[in-house]
Ligand binder design. Structure first.
Ligand SMILES: NC(=O)c1ccc[n+]([C@@H]2O[C@H](COP(=O)([O-])OP(=O)(O)OC[C@H]3O[C@@H](n4cnc5c(N)ncnc54)[C@H](OP(=O)(O)O)[C@@H]3O)[C@@H](O)[C@H]2O)c1
Length: 244
């Protein structure tokens, strides 16, 4: 078993998850990069980490919509690394679900990645996290509190993740700390969700600090929560004041 602390970050091949993986690696963590579709990006990132520090990263595949694959991901993480000290529930699906045009399958897509998988991964990893003074960080969203028009199911799913954070912080104490990060606008959604320049401008106008957040600002918050031994049940908005 590695002596370094081990972090499992879901959906970590790129974007926010990749930045969190990078920051944790720089802090001395061994990093498990979970991916579903982005295998190449995951392998590239993992190779960078291993070039920097030998045997400090692996990639693991799982479709988090599939309960069996959720369990296999946790078991594989333990088989390969021997322990997990930090779980970052970052993987997420995001798309609009206007009322009148939304299917039960879309409900499942949004709830599986944004609340159901985080719960069952937390449950499966709780024994190793408890044994190793571990913690959980859930990537939530300021829209767990403030409604985002046409995105009712996404907001509901993130709201469930917010309550999971508070509830598990009580239930898993004193052995495991559970916290969350609520990003505001950091990276625009992926191209398939393309937003117009006008829509982007409108969001920027709503941010008191007048800019998007950076990947580093999210990653630094994750490192802060991972290393703050007396903080549990807290959700930090990293949003330039947008939720004020
Ligand atoms: N971007 C922002 O400004 C922003 C704002 C508010 C909140 N957040 C939250 O911060 C986190 C990271 O944001 P992001 O924009 O970097 O996320 P993202 O790029 O939209 O998604 C991250 C990864 O999640 C994985 N994923 C999605 N559904 C999955 C499933 N069913 N099974 C397995 N993997 C799945 C995908 O991995 P593969 O590519 O490998 O398939 C995807 O690359 C998310 O929880 C998001 O809700 C972000």
């Amino acid at each position: 078993m590695t002596t370094a602390p081990v972090a499992l970050i879901t959906g970590a091949s790129q974007r926010l998850g990749g930045a969190i993986a990078n920051a944790l690696h720089q802090q001395g963590y061994s990093v498990i990069i979970h991916y579903r579709h982005s295998e190449n990006a995951a392998q590239t990132l993992s190779a960078q980490f291993n070039n920097h520090r030998k045997n400090s990263s692996i990639c693991l595949y799982a479709d988090l919509d599939n309960p069996t694959e959720q369990q296999e991901l946790c078991q594989q993480a333990l088989d390969d690394m021997g322990k997990v000290n930090l779980l970052v529930n970052n993987a997420s699906n995001f798309f609009a679900t206007p009322i009148g045009h939304t299917s039960a399958g879309q409900w499942d897509d949004l709830f599986n990645s944004n609340s159901k998988a985080p719960f069952f991964l937390s449950q499966a990893l709780a024994p190793t996290l408890a044994e190793h003074n571990g913690s959980i960080i859930n990537m939530i969203d300021i829209h767990a509190n403030a409604a985002l028009k046409n995105h009712t199911l996404y907001c509901m799913a993130k709201s469930a993740l917010k309550m999971m954070t508070l509830s598990l912080a009580k239930e898993l104490a004193p052995d495991i700390r559970v916290n969350g990060i609520a990003p505001g606008a950091i990276l625009w959604p992926k191209p398939e969700q393309d937003m117009t320049a006008k829509e982007k401008q409108k969001i920027l106008q709503e941010i008191p600090l007048q800019r998007l957040g950076t990947l580093e600002e999210i990653a630094n918050t994750a490192v802060f929560l991972a290393t703050s031994d007396y903080i549990t049940g807290q959700i930090i908005a990293v949003d330039g004041g947008r939720s004020l």
